[in-house]
Unconditional design. Sequence first.
Length: 189
Amino acid sequence: MRFTLMAVAAGILIGVLTGGRIRHLGDRSFRHLPLLVAGVALQAVGVRIESDTGLVLILVSYLLLLGFALANASLVGMWLVALGVALNLLVIGVNAGMPVRPSALMAAGIARPEEVDDLHLGGKRHLERPSDRLTFIADVFPVPVVSEVLSFGDIALDVGVANVIVHLMRPVRSRHAARSPRPSVAGEH
């Protein structure tokens, strides 16, 4: 979560440094915004429930978030958000949760070697098992700065979020303003 907050902050900073304005963030509307709201809400509830019900809520939340991202794919960067959500949905779906590599937990400073086996990851995460599949895109990337372990999907999603924010901070150009003016012909008024 901290890495995602850093991505949001980076998007705002890059947006400002490239001439964007925060006030423009509200200039565009999103399609199917309730999918985003419901997806975030279900995920917040699902990660707190340690059962099959929690896992189902997580999977449904990812489906809703993917639907939102695809519905808004015309926004620059939103395809990366969709890719990240889809990758996380895939890994969680095939493994009944997100596998987390023990060595990444240690490298991120989350646990010492003797603590890893007793670590409670909670919600949608579990320590990587030999039976897990697609672990190369699971939580395997340590980020010590924020004490997190990220998946390839998390990275794609967060880069996408930053990119979307940068582009949303730019003023909306109307179709007429975007076209170059038609040159006038002599004698035409």
